[in-house]
Design a protein around this ligand. Structure first.
Ligand SMILES: *Cc1c(COP(=O)(O)O)cnc(C)c1O
Length: 479
């Protein structure tokens, strides 16, 4: 085998280099996963750092190692030391196993490297993006004449752009700056977006039981004394997967002339399912909707969407840079892409989304979302049936289940929470399970620490998760 020159380009007309290197990457993935032997590497941060550096140092050698050795080392280290969302015991975060079709499409994106800031860098990718974003917008705003959507790097950017667009609308109406009203259950990115945009500190609205209270929103808006307002509701909270009462919140917002933005980063893909979409009823009243496809959508990061009720709402993003979208080029018919993002150079994340939508179809996506939701319900049932574990009472969030060992309740107070934290860290250190944590009020109103399981794997079943419950119960008992 001739060595691949390290400076060989990923030229589709010269596929040898990429094909050979892809094989090496796939071998390293398999060998790294086998060496790891679980959802994450055993031994904790120090051992992982030592092993990783053994495979990848020095990072900038005086003379290069050549493409094959360098790639193998990095890929092997990354795989061996990964927290692998494809493992059924890796369930802490909204961190999904990516579909093979999406990962392969991402290779195409990397090899061709279209940049989505001008038509002459991405002629076909621009068409694909136009059609996919139109379909993603229609998913939210089925009945509207002209909805639109843009591709973002995720919920954080989608929320930032949503607040930016709202700020500009408020600015156009005059005197007062936009006031954001956000649930105490909202993702931190909403408050951070307000901070980045120089907006007044958002008003926090009460969320008894984890959902935004329409009565509390009513009070907050009444006290604010008018002025342009944006209510940010959540469809799928990060801690519990709960959905705010969107129809009621939309009503309250309308009464006060406030706009509604829904952060459905987690819950948005329920819209693919005819059976589950009704849980998001009311979302169509939002002026804009955030949703991610790198959570319930099985895309490699990044795959975010911001949908808006009407294409004209994106107008504030438009700008002209002579080197990217000169007026005469646009007048001559070259599509203007620059106004579809706050970024300039931009990866064609839409390619993997397009491949996935076509591969699964709307029904396939619906079935996959439904599978995750059903697995969470079954898993909650298994927790309920387990004598040594107690589930956070109430409805199961989209695909999130909170629970804690009964032993933690017996200890009570801080000692109980410490037991929960210790069980989680022990399983992490052993490389046996990646569980999340959430500080959430219990039935008695006391905030307690819970173990969190977020089920996003298209193939995991509750039966397959039995060993996870056994592990948690065992660790709690042995302490
Ligand atoms: C994950 C999440 C975000 C942030 O999205 P990123 O894709 O991580 O930037 C925002 N809001 C909610 C509700 C989320 O779950």
């Amino acid at each position: 085998m001739t060595e691949i020159r390290p400076d060989a380009v990923a030229d589709p007309a010269q596929p040898h280099a990429l094909r050979r290197l892809t094989e090496i990457a796939l071998d390293a993935l398999a060998e790294g996963a086998a060496a790891r032997g679980g959802p994450l590497p055993a031994g904790g941060p120090e051992q992982v750092a030592e092993r990783t550096r053994a495979l990848c140092s020095p990072v900038l050698p005086e003379e290069g190692l050549g493409a094959e050795d360098a790639l193998y080392g990095v890929a092997r280290a990354a795989a061996e030391g990964a927290a692998d969302p494809s493992d059924p015991h890796c369930v802490a975060h909204l961190h999904c196993p990516p579909l093979a079709v999406a990962a392969a499409a991402d290779l195409v994106a990397s090899a061709l490297n279209p940049s989505m800031d001008s038509w002459d860098q991405a002629p076909a990718a621009a068409v694909i993006e136009e059609d996919v974003t139109a379909a993603l917008a229609r998913l939210v705003y089925a009945g509207r004449p002209g909805p639109d959507a843009v591709v973002t790097s995720g919920g954080t950017e989608s929320n930032l752009v949503a607040l930016l667009l709202a700020r500009e609308r408020a600015r156009a109406t005059g005197a007062r700056p936009l006031q954001v009203f956000v649930g105490a259950n909202a993702h931190h990115s909403v408050r951070r977006a307000a901070w980045m945009l120089g907006l007044p500190t958002p008003v926090l609205v009460d969320c008894p039981g984890g959902r935004m209270s329409p009565a509390a929103l009513d009070r907050a808006l009444a006290e604010s004394g008018g002025g342009p307002a944006l209510v940010v509701a959540t469809a799928g909270t990060t801690d519990e997967g709960l959905i705010d009462p969107l129809p009621e919140l939309a009503d309250v917002a309308r009464t006060f002339g406030a706009e509604l933005h829904v952060d459905a980063a987690y819950g948005g893909p329920l819209l693919f399912s005819e059976r589950l979409a009704p849980r998001l009823a009311g979302i169509e009243h939002a002026v804009s909707v955030t949703y991610d496809l790198h959570k319930l959508g099985w895309q490699p990061v990044a795959a975010g969407v911001l949908a808006v009720a009407d294409a004209s709402l994106l107008e504030p993003l438009s700008l002209t840079a002579d080197y990217l979208n000169a007026d005469d080029d646009t007048e001559a018919g070259l599509p203007d892409l620059l106004g579809r993002s706050i970024r300039t150079s931009r990866r064609p994340d839409v390619l993997k989304i397009a491949a996935t939508l076509r591969a699964l179809g709307r029904r396939g996506l619906a079935r996959t979302v439904e599978h995750c939701v059903a697995t969470a319900a079954d898993f909650a049932g298994a927790v309920d049936a387990h004598p040594a574990l107690r589930r956070r009472s109430g409805e199961v969030g989209i695909s999130t289940v909170l629970f804690r060992p009964v032993a933690a309740d017996t200890l009570g107070g801080e000692a109980g929470d410490e037991l929960v934290a210790a069980v989680r860290r022990e399983l992490l250190a052993e490389g046996q399970a990646v569980l999340g944590r959430a500080l959430v009020p219990d039935d008695d109103g006391t905030t307690r620490l819970w173990l969190k399981v977020t089920l996003l794997h298209p193939q995991t079943t509750a039966d397959g998760l039995d060993t996870l419950l056994k592990l948690v119960a065992e660790r709690a008992r042995s302490r």
